[in-house]
Design a protein around this ligand. Structure first.
Ligand SMILES: Cc1cc2nc3c(=O)[nH]c(=O)nc-3n(C[C@H](O)[C@H](O)[C@H](O)COP(=O)(O)OP(=O)(O)OC[C@H]3O[C@@H](n4cnc5c(N)ncnc54)[C@H](O)[C@@H]3O)c2cc1C
Length: 383
């Protein structure tokens, strides 16, 4: 049903495009008053993503560990131990990881001596462990599941903190924490750019059918992010009338987590696979300073009812190495190019605990992306 809708919408779009512009021999469409040569170059400057059910290689689901009031970096005592929380980063955990973990170890190393324990080996556990190693602290990671079996492995990997807090619940203290974590993370990921850690710069095209407003997060981080370029319809290759181009970092979580875990092991960090049923079990560890990086697991372990899942489903298409740009579009669609496939998102479902892919949702995500990429004038002319 959804696929049929996709086809009919695509044919309509094709028909519309064919009726409004002249098709050049080169396969490009020119419209309006843009000089022909410039228009054809602009129209064809990006290769389209080839979206179809037949190119899908997997569907994945992850639960974002979300708190309305934002992520928790806080020190408390657990029996006679120092316990430092570092969890609840919603849809921005990859982005915020280095900075949030830096705030956590600044709290934890105050008055600390001897080895430290880190609970969890997602992005927060691994960055916390590495920063401790950099400070000369012997570390043991205790974790229920190792990469690739973590939520962090599911993430798309854009460096941008989305779905991290509710503006209504934001306090000045959290705002400072959020900005400080973002600033440090942004710098730290830049020095890891390249193949080894799977950190790459791409232009992100943010498309819309209506003019969009600057959001709270964009305003808070404007001082560290490059300015967006506003593009006129003749200056970009998409059918949507409004477009902005922003250079962004993208992190390939499977590559990044694997390499960081390897670095930790090479540097002498210990890893113990263990599932903690209660906070009491954690208090019984031999280390005196313990970092809680359990993501959504912190809800059951520490009774944090504010921590809820925000379910996200991604459809992964066959890799297309020629795609070196990213896209965010109408209907919440986003596309990130990675070596392990073209990542198509996204969905946002609050308080949904299901980790099973939903086939109907998957089909709808692909329809949404097909509508965007099949409507690129270059693609229409080629087909
Ligand atoms: C679909 C989707 C797309 C996303 N896209 C992005 C993106 O583009 N950019 C971005 O910045 N973020 C993104 N995110 C968010 C990001 O994935 C999370 O914020 C991040 O993974 C949280 O990391 P974490 O280390 O806190 O949790 P996790 O990765 O869940 O790690 C928690 C660790 O704790 C362990 N653990 C839990 N409970 C226990 C227990 N009881 N005993 C022992 N160990 C335990 C687990 O085994 C695991 O090792 C996305 C998330 C989803 C779902």
């Amino acid at each position: 049903m959804a696929a049929e809708q996709a086809l009919s919408r695509r044919s309509l779009l094709k028909g519309a495009a064919a009726g409004t512009g002249a098709i050049l021999a080169s396969g490009c469409t020119i419209t309006g008053t843009t000089p022909p040569q410039a228009a054809s170059v602009t129209r064809c400057m990006l290769p389209p993503v080839r979206v179809s059910e037949g190119r899908r290689i997997r569907s994945v689901v992850g639960l974002r560990p979300y708190r309305r009031a934002g992520f928790r970096v806080e020190r408390e005592t657990l029996g006679d131990k120092a316990l430092i929380h570092n969890y609840g980063h919603g849809g921005g955990g990859i982005t915020l990881s280095w900075g949030s973990s830096r705030l956590a170890i600044d709290l934890g190393l105050h008055g600390h001596d001897g080895p430290a324990a880190v609970i969890g080996s997602g992005i927060m556990g691994l960055t916390t462990a590495w920063l401790l190693i950099e400070q000369g602290v012997p570390v043991t990671i205790y974790t229920k599941a190792l990469p690739p079996m973590t939520t962090s492995n599911i993430a798309g990997g854009e460096w941008y903190p989305s779905i991290v807090y509710s503006s209504n619940a934001m306090t000045p203290a959290f705002e400072r924490q959020f900005v400080a974590a973002s600033e440090y993370s942004y710098r730290r990921f830049q020095i890891m750019a390249g193949e080894r850690y799977g950190v790459h710069w791409h232009d992100l095209y943010s498309l819309s059918n209506r003019p969009s407003r600057t959001g709270n997060t964009a305003a808070l981080l404007a001082h560290i992010l490059p300015e967006a370029e506003i593009l006129d319809p003749g200056q970009h290759p998409f059918a949507q009338p409004y477009a902005r181009r922003i250079p962004e970092m993208f992190i390939e979580p499977p590559v990044f987590l694997r390499e960081l875990l390897e670095d930790i092991r090479v540097a002498g960090g210990n890893v113990v696979v263990r599932d903690f049923a209660t906070a009491g079990d954690i208090a019984a560890l031999p280390e005196n300073t313990i970092f809680n990086c359990t993501g959504l697991g912190a809800r059951a372990l520490f009774g944090d009812e504010e921590l809820i899942p925000v379910r996200g489903q991604l459809e992964i298409l066959l890799p297309q190495p020629e795609i070196d740009y990213a896209m965010k579009g109408p209907g919440g669609a986003y596309m990130f190019p990675r070596s392990d496939g073209i990542v198509c998102g996204g969905s946002t479902d609050y308080r949904n605990w299901s980790t099973e892919p939903d086939p109907q949702l998957g089909a709808a995500i692909l329809v949404n992306h097909a509508d965007i990429f099949d409507a690129m004038p270059c693609r229409n002319a080629e087909a």
